[in-house]
Design a protein around this ligand. Structure first.
Ligand SMILES: Nc1nc2c(ncn2[C@@H]2O[C@H](COP(=O)(O)OP(=O)(O)OP(=O)(O)O)[C@@H](O)[C@H]2O)c(=O)[nH]1
Ligand SMILES: [Mg+2]
Length: 360
């Protein structure tokens, strides 16, 4: 899973990236102006319990890859906050996290001259629409000229996209059919990607985070489809992150958040993308996997390795807490009737532990 972090200059993108990917040496960070990639390891207390029960030698958490693209603050004269070279970096992202700024700090002026997260969101959303429209029109021009029957379907669907985009509607607003999605996927349209809006709050605003987000939803009028919302206070949260782990909770609670930023962003991401987690476990390794809700056992197998899907025989399934209760013993799970044998069409539930039997 890849997530592109975007937003206007000095909105706190890199600060958030550092929190999510666990970089804590704050002094170094802002000097670097190149694109950065990093991996967030998703904490999961269920995985920890499974690992202990199975006495696994290794634990592998689920991960999200984040791409942090520097804002264009060095290039403000061009008045082009999202140049094509910047947007091109986002094309292979599965989702976008748009970081907009609510915090006020006169020593860090906003390039647009004022703090206005609603405006920043509208600007970015429009920018993606314009970018997609240009792609659609270039492609339409090309394939319409070819008079080739194979392109009929594509012309039809791209014409539909062109109409939506021309009316300033993001493509994510429309419920495309799976086969249409498949055609559209190759274009990697930005306005089709799930969008998580991350509001970067000043410290004093955290207790009001819920209300401020609600107001912003109202103001921007963004449709709910494929759109999620989260609040952080990146500046202070990155300082909290640099503390000893045992001290962090108290500071976070004082600030007004009950969970660390990584957990909040992860939850918002799973909700937005409709993901669930399943586990695999052995003495060698316990591991968490994230897959789309509604995935079947054979699709879960494919997430692990194609061979497992190809030679799929059955899945042996239990709940994570049942496995922990039995101290990781499959023998006892079987004896107590807690181990289920499921076929390829079994719909995997969040928290399932899967053992895939296969033969290739
Ligand atoms: N007061 C305050 N300052 C913040 C907060 N988040 C980030 N900053 C500061 O704002 C400045 C810009 O933060 P970055 O994280 O580098 O912002 P960015 O969006 O990555 O900036 P560019 O990559 O240049 O576009 C830094 O000096 C941060 O320390 C915040 O929540 N509150
Ligand atoms: Mg940055």
């Amino acid at each position: 899973m890849k997530c592109g972090i975007i937003g206007p200059p000095v909105s706190g993108k890199t600060t958030l990236f550092n929190i999510l990917t666990g970089v804590t040496e704050t002094g170094l960070i802002h000097v670097k102006r190149e694109l950065r990639r990093g991996v967030a390891k998703l904490g999961d207390s269920r995985l920890e319990a499974i690992t202990r029960a199975s006495k696994s030698a290794r634990v592998v958490p689920a991960t999200v890859e984040y791409i942090d693209i520097p804002g264009q603050s060095g290039d403000r004269e061009s008045r082009e906050p999202y140049p094509a070279s910047y947007l091109a970096e986002l094309h292979n992202a599965d989702m976008l996290a748009l970081v907009v700024r609510e915090f006020r700090d006169d020593s860090i002026p906003h390039p647009s001259g004022s703090i206005d997260p609603g405006r920043d969101i509208a600007d970015a959303v429009l920018e993606f629409i314009i970018n997609d429209l240009a792609i659609v029109e270039r492609r339409l021009e090309k394939i319409t000229r070819l008079h080739n029957a194979d392109f009929k379907r594509e012309v039809k669907i791209l014409t539909h996209c062109q109409e939506m985009l021309s009316d300033q509607h993001a493509l994510r607003e429309y419920d495309f059919k799976p086969d249409e999605e498949k055609i559209l996927r190759s274009y990697s349209f930005l306005s089709l990607k799930p969008l998580l809006i991350v509001l970067n709050l000043g410290e004093a605003s955290v207790p009001d985070a819920g209300r401020i987000l609600d107001d912003l939803k109202q103001e921007t009028g963004l449709p709910e489809r494929k759109t999620g919302w989260a609040a952080v206070a990146a500046g202070i949260e990155s300082e909290i992150n640099a503390l000893e782990e045992s001290d962090r909770d108290a500071f976070l609670n004082d600030l007004g958040f009950s969970l660390p930023a990584l957990d909040r962003i992860t939850r918002a991401t799973f909700n937005l993308l409709g993901l669930v987690t399943f586990f695999t476990t052995s003495e060698k390794e316990s591991r968490a996997w994230s897959i789309p809700a509604g995935s079947t056992a054979v699709q879960a197998a494919a997430a692990i390795h194609n061979d497992l899907a190809r030679g799929f025989i059955r899945a042996e399934v239990c709940r994570w807490d049942e496995l922990v209760e039995m101290d990781g013993s499959y023998g006892r799970l079987k004896e107590t009737g807690k181990l289920r044998l499921e076929g390829r069409d079994y719909v995997v539930a969040d928290g399932d532990v899967l053992l895939i039997r296969f033969n290739v």
